[in-house]
Structures are given as structure tokens and as C-alpha cells.
Design a protein. Structure first.
Length: 257
């Protein structure tokens, strides 16, 4: 589904990502791990069109999406969340989801201006789809609440659901367990596994919590200073000396989420 081919990203003389070659298959959960500053979020930005690679290509379902604008990449079927939660602060929980849901039901300016039947029908469909998602994740009772008034864990879940509302085939999660306690992290793992099975989507995630990364990922890539130093199953990554030296050798309690 997703393939990066010899992707480099340079900022001036600094190579933030070097020779990135990762793949994600249909319905697969793949992890991208490594120390802070390893280039993980830069890799996400290259995949989602925030940055254009200095070299290399990004392919999605066999199509070259290298450097395409983020909204077109979202329309192609890739959605993401961010390390720092980015909800629409002035909108309700329901409105946050409806904004994303209208990606597939976008009215023309003419329809929206005159509130024609097509526009009203599209809004009703987006509302129904949004409420269905909120009910699925236990946030329906918060539909009318301001999004940023939710507790932290619910805001994280809302951001993931908003990404799902765009009907992606690939979901990119940037540190979804950041700031969560062990119980919340376990609930998040169960949630990610459930949405993968329900929506038949693939997931690529960045995660510092090894409990989460090792617990749900079928394969892992490890970055260090922008370079891929290891790739393989969680079991293989645990035994890799380069990974232990660069990352896993540090006690998890010493790491920030």
C-alpha cells in the first residue's frame, strides 16, 4: 500500500532523514520508533505532503504522491494525527468530526451558499456519519461539548476518530499514547486493533511507549539520526544490538512519551 523509495530530507546541510525505505501492506500495523530527534515525524511529514523530499519517491497504492499537497494526499486515502493534539478549538466534538466527514461529501460553493437540497442532504449524511463514529468510541454524549474541554485521553481518541472520518485506507498515528498512563495505553492498543479490524485499514504509528509499539505492531522500523538502523518483527528488534545501544538500552521510565 505505502512505499518510500530512497527518500532523503535535508534542511540546509543537515540530513533529517537519509535513505528511508519503508513499506506498509494492506491491513498491517507497522511501527516507526527511535530516540527523540531520530526523524520519525519528519518521515510522517514527507509521506503526508507537509514536506517534499530532497530526493526519492513516496508511492501509495502504486501511485507517486511525492510532494503532493496534504489535502490531495488525504483525499487519496491517507489520514494522520499529530504528536501535539490539533483539534479545532472553537468547534464542538461533533463539528470536529463533521469537518472531516465532508471530505467525501463536499458541496459546491453554489450549493452551500443557497443551501440547496444537495447541500442539506450532504450535511445530514456527514452528521449521521459523525454521530455513528462518536457512538462507536463512546463519545456520543460529548457531541455538543467544546472539543478542548474533553479530558486528555478523550481528546486523543477524538483526533483519531476525526482522521477516520476521512475514510482512509492508511492511518498515521504520531505518538498516540503520549501522556497516557498504563491503563489508558492498554485501552488505546485495544482501540487501534479494533478500528483496524472494523475498517480494514493499515496503520503506521510513531510511538515511544515500547509496551504499545511492541504490543500491536507486526513490524517495526528503527530510526536513529535519520538513518534506519534496524527493521523486523518486535522479537527481532528486541534482540538487535544496534537498537539496544541506540534506544532500548535506556530504561523506559527515563524516556519522555
Amino acid at each position: 500500500m505505502l512505499e518510500t523509495k530512497k527518500v532523503f530530507m535535508r534542511f540546509g546541510g543537515l540530513a533529517a532523514v537519509s535513505d528511508l525505505n519503508i513499506t506498509v501492506g494492506d491491513n498491517e500495523i507497522v511501527g516507526l520508533i527511535g530516540p527523540n530527534g531520530a526523524g520519525k515525524t519528519t518521515a510522517f511529514n514527507l509521506i503526508t505532503g507537509v514536506y517534499t523530499p530532497s530526493e526519492g519517491r513516496v508511492l501509495f497504492n502504486g501511485r507517486d504522491i511525492t510532494g503532493r499537497p496534504p489535502h490531495l494526499i488525504t483525499g487519496a486515502g491517507i489520514a494522520r494525527t499529530f504528536q501535539n493534539i490539533r483539534l479545532f478549538h472553537e468547534m464542538t466534538v461533533l463539528e470536529n468530526i463533521m469537518v472531516a466527514a465532508t471530505l467525501r461529501k463536499r458541496p459546491t460553493i453554489f450549493e452551500a451558499t443557497l443551501h440547496l437540497p444537495g447541500y442539506r442532504r450532504g450535511q445530514a449524511e456527514a452528521r449521521n456519519a459523525a454521530m455513528g463514529l462518536l457512538e462507536l468510541v463512546g463519545l456520543a454524549e460529548n457531541a455538543g461539548d467544546n472539543a478542548v474541554s474533553l479530558p486528555y485521553g478523550k481528546q486523543r481518541r477524538l483526533e483519531i476518530v476525526r482522521a477516520l472520518a476521512t475514510e482512509p485506507r492508511l492511518l498515521l498515528l504520531d505518538e498516540p499514547a503520549a501522556g497516557m498512563n498504563p491503563r489508558e495505553s492498554q485501552e488505546l492498543m485495544d482501540f487501534i486493533l479494533a478500528i483496524r479490524e472494523r475498517y480494514k485499514i493499515a496503520v503506521l504509528l510513531i510511538e515511544h511507549h515500547m509496551q504499545v509499539a511492541m504490543g500491536i505492531c507486526e513490524r517495526l522500523y528503527v530510526l536513529d539520526y535519520g538513518v534506519t538502523i534496524a527493521r523486523g518483527s518486535p522479537q527481532e528488534i528486541r534482540r538487535d544490538k544496534n537498537v539496544i545501544d541506540a534506544y532500548l538500552g535506556v530504561e523506559e521510565g527515563e524516556k519522555g512519551a
